[in-house]
Design a protein around this ligand. Structure first.
Ligand code: G3H
Ligand code: 13P
Ligand code: ZN
Ligand code: NA
Length: 313
């Protein structure tokens, strides 16, 4: 069924795993992800950015996701990723999304609280859940480039205050991840102590099993990068979050792990290879089909070996 993330997160928190949240922009990406979830009998979150809304239209995305639900019988949540304002969140709720993120992380604290609360009120009255964000990720977020110096990790005490005052259902935190293909110049490092402290302080405040969300969690697998480059790509110095760190986060309070870059790399690598190997070919079903297949392989690997959501249905 098309569901909210409520049950998914409850089970994930207790089971020590996370649900994958994958960005969707077209039919092949949706089908690639959902086929992997079906094979692994896994619940899944399909998420749509503002750019994806503009590219594909919410009505098309909603209809394709409904088709995926009807075809597989899986629990699927349709989620707005990085909602920039009340209007975008409201529109997605009205279009039948089951979950929305309001990203007020670039506002000052009180403004983030007030704006998040307004969306929580609108969403909860309609049975929709809300994710918010506190702290700043390095990298590119909502067209705002935050460099590593201006990134600021989530303050645990503020997180407790924020959750209490907004009534939000899950919280995206900054602990060292960032968006895109270039996450670290040197060694990859995440602040797991901070993550632990956030959960401990929430528990002390009587907020139990509260789901934390990890954005910017692509691993930037070197195999896809090399495949892109072998067929005409020019991707240099790309680096993501090692699978081992994601496994650790998933075993903790992190219940939702966001991945977009890995899917982009897989799709691009497969399309480049298919076009290069069949220079006379002009059937989009050939190369887009290759992209779809590689996305399935990628997502199956994430579900089985990284986030641990296999058989979560
Ligand atoms: O966090 C951003 C996601 O990777 C979506 O990216 O805004 O280019 O669709 P996009
Ligand atoms: P990546 O760029 O690491 O895939 O992160 C995606 C994301 O956080 C979408 O909200
Ligand atoms: Zn994100
Ligand atoms: Na978890």
């Amino acid at each position: 069924a098309l569901v909210t993330t409520k049950n998914m997160f409850e089970k994930a928190f207790q089971g020590g795993y996370a649900i994958g949240a994958f960005n969707i922009n077209n039919m092949e990406i949706i089908q690639g992800i959902v086929e992997a979830a079906r094979r692994q009998n896994s619940a899944v979150i399909l998420q749509v950015s503002k750019g994806a809304l503009k590219y594909a239209h919410p009505k098309y995305l909603r209809a394709m996701v409904e088709a995926a639900v009807a075809e597989t019988g899986l629990d699927i949540a349709l989620h707005l990723d990085h909602g920039p304002d009340f209007e975008t969140c409201r529109d997605c709720i009205d279009y039948g999304f089951t979950s929305v993120m309001f990203d007020g992380s670039h506002y000052d604290y009180e403004e983030n609280v007030a704006k998040t609360k307004e969306i929580v009120d609108y969403a909860h009255a309609r049975g929709v859940v809300v994710e918010a964000e506190l702290g700043k990720l390095a990298g590119i977020e909502d067209d705002v480039k935050v460099d590593e110096k201006n990134a600021s990790f989530t303050d645990p005490d503020q997180a407790v205050d924020f959750v209490k005052r907004t009534g939000v259902d899950s919280l995206a935190v900054a602990i060292g991840t960032s968006h895109g293909a270039y996450k670290f110049k040197g060694e990859a490092k995440l602040d797991f102590e901070r993550l632990e402290e956030i959960t401990r302080k929430l528990e002390e405040a009587g907020i139990h099993n509260f789901p934390i969300v990890l954005h910017g969690a692509s691993s930037v697998d070197q195999k896809s990068v090399e495949m892109c480059n072998a067929y005409g790509g020019k991707i240099n110095g790309a680096k993501g979050i090692p699978a081992e760190m994601l496994r650790k986060a998933a075993s903790m309070a992190v219940c939702k792990i966001n991945m977009d870059t890995d899917l982009r790399l897989a799709m691009t690598a497969a399309v480049r290879k298919a076009l290069a190997e069949d220079p006379a070919g002009i059937d989009p079903r050939g190369y887009l089909g290759s992209g779809r297949d590689l996305i399935t392989e990628l997502v199956e690997g994430k579900i089985k070996d990284v986030i641990g959501s296999a058989d979560s249905m």
